[in-house]
Design a protein around this ligand. Structure first.
Ligand SMILES: Nc1ncnc2c1ncn2[C@@H]1O[C@H](COP(=O)(O)OP(=O)(O)OP(=O)(O)O)[C@@H](O)[C@H]1O
Ligand SMILES: CCCC(=O)O
Length: 357
């Protein structure tokens, strides 16, 4: 089989993670961190793209990776129009939507743009894989309860799908033949019902649904939220920040770092324990909801993301949901590998690249 060298790019709010793969093997990886000062110069996320591209190219150069040796560049996809999961070739329509942020501003909007711009220099191809807007929801899941608002599928699709595929492989089965509930426990939390390879319902991790998380509120009592919005005390931006950024653990405990919360708990902080336990309790409730979506036919419950490293937290969830199905733990995330695998599937013609329209 022909050797394929790929650059993969995962832009986050304060860093850009990059890696170079020779086939499935990672030969170089770096997290390029960006200070608040560096990024605050830019009004919009799109405006950061030249700055981040420059840093990526310098890092490759410093580490003796000739960009001419790359066959393709794969980036994490952002807030595009809702699309089904898979690998998409970056095209003009996608670049336009990433630039304007079709569903809003998110660092991952830069993934496809950076991939395209770098691949242009080498005459190679550029792709995105399983962006945060992967939408495979069944119609009934779209009904919110008010006609003016439709529920949206915005979640950690890249990691949820990669972990689900990896789990299927370890069982010697196909992802498309399993029913799984996948929980991503990161700065944001999403819980997805995967039915035979499609995420038919999921808690929107960006927009006030599901459990609270280190930085986000999850679902809130709506009447009280309305009162708060109209109290005259807060601007639109301040309320948005309260829900996304200053919600969850940050609101109760003034930190988004679950490790710090664990430390406080082991030092006897009962309030920290109550709040942290509440987060596990809300996750377990959402898993229960997904079990109902899957009509109880659940082949496994997978816990992933940074907080899945914490055995206390995962044991609290497991204790409440193991009556539904066995719980499997895949700590951390491996989004760089998931991006490379998505690119390789297409370059090896195991899968056709999807077209964004
Ligand atoms: N060993 C650990 N024990 C407990 N919590 C941990 C551990 N390692 C990481 N975390 C927590 O995981 C959270 C971050 O998870 P992760 O790195 O998956 O999120 P992210 O990539 O920043 O955000 P997102 O996953 O929402 O995109 C933080 O609260 C961090 O403290
Ligand atoms: C919605 C998935 C990505 C994030 O948590 O920001």
């Amino acid at each position: 089989m022909e050797d394929i060298r790929l650059l993969v790019i995962n832009p986050g709010s304060t860093s850009t993670k990059i890696a170079v793969f020779d086939n499935e093997n990672i030969i170089f990886e770096e997290t390029l961190r960006h200070s608040v000062d560096e990024l605050s110069k830019y009004e919009k996320i799109y405006d950061q793209y030249e700055f981040r591209k420059d840093i990526i190219l310098k890092s490759l150069d410093k580490n003796n990776i000739d960009i001419k040796s790359l066959k393709a560049v794969v980036g994490r996809g952002g807030l595009l129009k809702p699309i089904e999961g898979g690998t998409y070739e970056v095209n003009e329509e996608m670049l336009k939507d990433l630039e304007r942020g079709f569903l809003g501003e998110h660092a991952s909007n830069l993934g496809g743009i950076l991939a395209y711009e770098i691949s242009k220099e080498i005459g190679g191809k550029s792709f995105i894989v399983d962006p945060v807007v992967v939408d495979e929801m069944q119609d009934v899941a779209r009904i919110s309860g008010i006609k003016a608002i439709e529920r949206k599928s915005i979640f950690h699709a890249l990691n949820q799908k990669a972990v689900a595929r990896r789990h299927a492989r370890t069982l010697g089965k196909k992802y498309e033949n399993l029913n799984l509930i996948v929980v991503h426990l990161g700065g944001g939390i999403s819980v997805g019902a995967h039915r035979k390879g499609k995420v038919i319902d999921v808690s929107n991790a960006l927009d006030g649904e599901g459990p609270f998380s280190p930085e986000r509120t999850g679902g809130l009592p709506v009447g009280d939220l309305i009162k708060l919005c109209y109290s005259g005390k807060y601007t639109h931006e301040e309320v948005k920040k309260m829900i996304k950024g200053n919600g969850g653990l940050v609101s109760y405990l003034n930190t988004n770092d679950a490790r710090e919360v664990c430390e406080r708990i082991s030092n006897g902080d009962k309030y920290a324990e109550l709040v942290y336990y509440a987060m596990a309790y809300q996750v377990a409730k959402e898993v229960g909801a997904c079990a109902a979506v899957l009509k109880g036919q659940v082949d496994g419950i997978l816990l992933t993301g940074g907080i899945a490293h914490d055995k206390l937290f995962t044991s609290w969830i497991e204790d409440r949901v193991n009556f539904i199905s066995q719980v499997y733990i895949y700590p951390g995330e491996d989004e760089l590998t998931a991006l490379a695998e998505g690119g390789l599937r297409v370059l090896r013609e195991e899968e056709a690249a999807k077209q964004y329209i």
